[in-house]
Design a protein around this ligand. Sequence first.
Ligand SMILES: [Cu+2]
Length: 261
Amino acid sequence: MFKLAVLNYRTFALAGILGLVVVWQSAHAHTRLKTPVIQENAANHGSNYNDVVIAHGCQNTTDGASTISTLGTVVVFPDGKDSIITTGTVSGTAHTGTLSDFVTNWGNPVTIIQDGSIFSHQEYIQDSLGNKLGFWSGGGSKLKAGYRGLIPFTTAGVVIEPASCAKNVTFIVSIVDVCEITDSNGFSNETVQMWTPAVGSIYDGEGLHGYDSPATLTIARSIAPLPSSCGEGVDVFVKPSAAQLNRDLRIILDGAQLWPK
Ligand SMILES: [Cu+2]
């Protein structure tokens, strides 16, 4: 009788722990960068090694669990040209100047690290000048639901404008994990996981898992000290425009657009 009670208690405690894990995963385990905060131009050769962490697959409609495997992922950084720049908070004061008021060398932020351990294909996403603004990786074996995936890449060293009052510059990174190839009307929790800022692009995903919950890369000021006139300094946020996401957040292979259909 006593032993049974202990067993029941243990079963209950285990269920409680498992329940907590499930709740925690659905609440917090989104696709993010493995290292979301880096120092200004910190690493040798101006590169910072990082990974996109795909934390879970897509959700089935029966119980909403993330049981659908991932076919690929698309990652885009703001181009810094027609980007939305704010200070204070991500929805703070709009900055009327350009990104060069805060960052001296933004333009070609991403280098792919060749790796076919999860997906077989890797391609850059470039602007019309050839600047590498992101990449996609897909095909080959899927990332199995229930497993996590690390997709390696590097970011170029970022230099904060010494005369500015920026103490941190956070780039809002837009990522879509694709579980099924559809057109944009087919976006659902079963087909995509969209980690994008809601800026009015076709990738907003209002009502879907991860709505307006993008990944971020924060550059912490670490070279030139803040000018004394700056006081505490300001946090700067850089989001892509809707036009940029509609243009750049796509999977194109050999000139043909594979996703969205
Ligand atoms: Cu999630």
